[in-house]
Design a protein around this ligand. Structure first.
Ligand SMILES: [Zn+2]
Length: 252
């Protein structure tokens, strides 16, 4: 889709603002704090952050990654989340154009960004994201927004969720219920073919990464590696190349 430089910049700014809100979710949701109030505070000195110190990306660069009051270092991850969200939104707009599918893809895939970072930090995938996107997958299929019809969404939900549930039971806790719910969500959103491909891609990436860490002796066999981020990366890959990958690797 053609996109003027002005609209690309506008989309990037919008994406960075959404990413800024995702940072609040990543930081506060696992603690059970309100994501609306109070406003942001410096994690070191507790000083409320003024709006002009809280402009996505720009403020971080302007303040050279430090708190304006106490000078404590601010994690570059805040900017990473903002930039990542901005690029994700741009990429989804480029892929789907201004279409019904863009509505489906944005509400399915963007919320998975904070989910990935919460899983990285705390080894949990909150239901808000897993069950939330699962319900959205079914709903959007009924509304005609998603690429699959309601029947395919429900079959996908049961097959993808059922498969990971089996793995979870057999691995006795090696895979969490959050992963199972997320797998069901992939099935509901993508249908079973692309959903299964997303799971296949994520297992492949997760296993490769795990083996590499063991070989490099960064982690032992018993260490936990969160699987959610790999699944979410797999979902992004399959939002763009799912059809091609499923034909290439799974033969359907
Ligand atoms: Zn401070």
């Amino acid at each position: 889709m053609y996109c003027s430089p002005e609209s690309a910049v506008a989309l990037f700014v919008l994406g960075a603002c959404i990413g800024s809100f995702f940072n609040v979710l990543i930081y506060r949701m696992p603690k059970g704090e309100s994501v609306v109030s109070p406003g942001s505070r410096c994690p070191s000195c507790g000083t409320p952050i003024k709006w002009y110190h809280n402009i996505p990306v720009v403020s971080y660069l302007f303040l050279k990654g430090r708190c304006a009051y106490c000078g404590a270092k601010i994690s570059p991850r805040y900017v990473l989340v903002e930039v990542l969200t901005a690029f994700a939104l741009l990429a989804l707009c480029a892929k789907f154009g201004l279409s019904k599918k863009l509505v489906w893809a944005t509400l399915f895939l963007l919320p998975l960004i904070p989910a990935a970072f919460i899983d990285l930090d705390h080894y949990i995938l909150p239901d808000t994201f897993t069950l939330g996107t699962l319900v959205w997958g079914v709903l959007s299929s009924f509304l005609g927004l998603s690429p699959v019809n309601p029947q395919d969404a429900l079959i996908g939900l049961l097959l993808c969720g059922g498969f990971f549930l089996l793995v979870a039971v057999l691995s006795r806790g090696g895979m969490g219920l959050g992963d199972v719910k997320l797998a069901a969500s992939f099935g509901a959103n993508f249908g079973w073919k692309v959903g299964a491909t997303a799971l296949f891609v994520s297992v492949f990436m997760g296993a490769s990464f795990g083996i590499a860490l063991i070989l490099l002796r960064k982690k032992g066999r018993k260490d936990k590696i969160p699987f959610g981020p790999f699944m979410i990366l797999g979902a992004y890959i399959c939002a763009f190349f799912g059809r091609e990958l499923s034909r290439l690797y799974l033969g359907f």
